[in-house]
Design a protein around this ligand. Sequence first.
Ligand code: F6R
Ligand code: MG
Ligand code: MG
Length: 366
Amino acid sequence: MMPKTTISVMKADVGSFPGHSRTHPKLLEKAARLLRDQEGNLLIDSFVTHCGDDIELIMTHTHGVDNEKVHKLAWDVFMECTAVAKSMKLYGAGQDMLADAFSGNVKGMGAGVAEMEFEERASDPVLVFMADKTQPGAWNFFLYKIFADPFNTAGLVIDPSLHKGFVFEVHDLIEKRMILFSCPEDLYRLLAYIGAPSRYVIKHVFRREGEIAASTSTQRLVLVAGRYIGKDDPVMIVRAHSGFPAVGEVLEPFCTPVLVAGWMRGSHNGPIMPVGVCDANCTRFDGPPRVTCLGFQLCNGELIGPADMFDDPAFDRVRGRCNELADMIRAHGPFEPHRLSPDEMEYTTLLAAEKELTSRWTPIPE
Ligand code: F6R
Ligand code: MG
Ligand code: MG
């Protein structure tokens, strides 16, 4: 029997140029070389890319999720890239590395992590999504559309292998608790929570039989570090076809321009724009938020690909609509709903600015 394949996607912002707009090719080269050195040893295969200012490590192996050696490898790669970033005085060098030494799992230490382990099917298409200038809950809308909305996913209606629906594992990032929702019967209950994506985040999606369909990163740096130090630009892995939605059904919801939190200073809502990797550089007002998708076929752990899925004129219209939305919401300047609500701003530098005014506030006369 073939061993199960694990796919691990880990990301961190360890320095970028200019400002927070994009990673430097030297960091990507360094990371790619370090992972390649482990192919045939700890790893089966690897691919390194970026989305905006984040380095994205895509790795396959047979060691399961949360494997200490694989996490340590990612930690070492991010540390070595930090050193390169510092040597070039890149902006925010090492910003996501919250500790000085590795302590077992890179998740609580600043990096974003999505992993899944499964027995490879006869043919196993896998899509890896990466976003910049947003937060983990940004995937909620898309995962709902992919796995629960028959108006998006035709297979839910016409493919008997999808008729039973899917199970959503939702994490409450504040109370640190989780819950399973089985859809379609729990559809409204699921929406009641995931419509508040800064707190409730879809971590995994499963088939009823338990087979993993999707996995996301749910780390929020503010909750780890206790203060705003950067955005938790998330990653996501989705399997497609033969009991899962088709590749095209997984991509379809990205044709809707959706507003997400995380633009400029992690403090603004803005449209998340699907782009090819060559356009995954955040410029206007440090954005607008971007999402990329690389598609692979797995072959005994080997990553056949990538295909740059949003590098396609079929997504030109949503990009145009995102730009229109960006104009509209930017016109709000410092006003909500462009700026996040006060409770979501809780961890940003606004709080520090507010402290200076404490003594100037006086009670309103009766
Ligand atoms: C970083 C980000 C940026 C920064 C902004 C201010 O990922 O989203 O919008 O928050 O450029 O950067 P600092 O605080 O480093 O001056
Ligand atoms: Mg940055
Ligand atoms: Mg980033």
